[in-house]
Design a protein around this ligand. Structure first.
Ligand code: PHE
Length: 347
């Protein structure tokens, strides 16, 4: 091997990268490569030398090509090895902790409640959180200036600018143009959905309406500006208070997984007559007011176009947050809405 051949081989073997290797290839066998030039120059040489030089150049060319191929293979293998190294997974390393999400305690309670009532034949329906004055008050037998309106401190909303927006739709006059009270508010209870449902359905039926409600009042451990209610409504020819008592009692027993004592006491809500409050006792001593209820007022039936003479129904509204507080022994309603993970992760 000539010294020139040796240097070329050495250069090729020591190439550190594909790029370097290709540069070398170009240097010798590229268009203007050293060996290429030898071939080009052949025609300028004296005849007798041409054959010899050409032979040598060919040998050199073969040598470079062979070594180039070899080195390419080596570099390829090295690159593969490196990328395997990089991708290697050390299965002995401790894993990354995956924090799975879970349901909010109120969602859990809500689903339980829906399940229990569904099994008792109740349909679950919904209604808008942005309501108008007519459904939230007037048609529930609570006209303007009625003192009972003080029972519900209300968030009133501004006039909607766009009549096609949800707020705009909610504020349209109702009842074939009869009702002209489209002032908007955040519903203070789920009772307006009683009206919406009855306007669109004929009895007999039984429904529950879970939903968020809002009250413009100071917050404390038992009151927040937002909370959840579950409305119940059962209407038919001879639905009566005994049915209400049976349904509520059955529900509570299943919900708390034990026999719960209940007690009715008179209560006033303009949309029921008689109206009552359901008190419950988990220990038979302390009584807790948990549910507002009563027989649907004839004015409510009239407002939805029913004939109150041949229909009866009961309605109730229970505070979902209160139920959740009782079940989980939580002493502050505001914890549900605070988003504090230390609290939420306990469920
Ligand atoms: N809507 C009432 C409230 O929020 C509760 C209720 C519902 C009372 C149905 C009677 C019947 O206070």
């Amino acid at each position: 091997m000539t010294p020139k051949e040796e240097t070329i081989l050495k250069e090729l073997r020591e190439a550190q990268s594909f790029k370097a290797l290709e540069e070398l290839y170009k240097k010798y066998l590229g268009k203007k490569g050293e060996i290429t030039l030898i071939f080009r120059e052949l025609k300028n040489l004296p005849k007798e030398k041409r054959a010899e030089i050409a032979q040598k150049a060919n040998a050199l060319k073969g040598l470079v090509e062979k070594e180039f191929k070899l080195k390419s293979e080596i570099l390829k293998k090295e690159a593969e090895k490196q990328s395997f190294e990089k991708e290697k997974i050390d299965i002995t390393l401790p894993g990354k902790k995956i924090i799975p999400g879970h349901l909010h305690p109120l969602t859990k309670i809500l689903r339980e409640i829906e399940e229990i009532f569904s099994q008792m034949g109740f349909e679950v329906v919904g209604g808008p959180e942005i309501e108008n004055e007519y459904y939230n008050f007037d048609a529930l037998n609570i006209p303007k200036e009625h003192p009972a309106r003080d029972m519900w401190d209300t968030f009133w909303l501004k006039e909607p600018k766009n009549p096609k927006s949800p707020e705009g739709v909610a504020s349209r006059p109702y009842g074939a143009g009869k009702i002209q009270n489209p002032r908007l508010l955040l519903r203070t209870h789920t009772s307006p959905v009683q009206l919406r449902y009855m306007e669109a359905h004929e009895p007999p039926f039984r429904i529950i309406v879970p939903g968020r409600c809002f009250r413009h009042e100071a917050t404390d451990a038992y009151h927040d500006v937002q909370f959840y209610q579950v409305e119940g409504l059962m209407v038919g020819k001879d639905v009566n208070l005994a049915n209400l008592k049976a349904i509520v009692s059955e529900f509570l027993d299943i919900f708390f997984k034990k026999k719960i004592k209940i007690r009715f006491q008179p209560g006033y809500f303009p949309f029921v007559e008689p109206g009552l409050e359901v008190l419950i006792s988990k220990d038979g001593r302390k009584w807790l007011e948990l549910i507002g209820a009563g027989m649907v007022h004839s004015n409510v039936f009239k407002a939805v176009g029913y004939n109150p003479r041949n229909l009866q129904g009961f309605a109730f509204g229970l505070g979902l947050d209160r139920l959740a507080m009782l079940k989980y022994k939580i002493n502050d309603i505001r914890l549900f809405y605070g988003g504090d993970l230390r609290f939420l992760e306990q469920f």
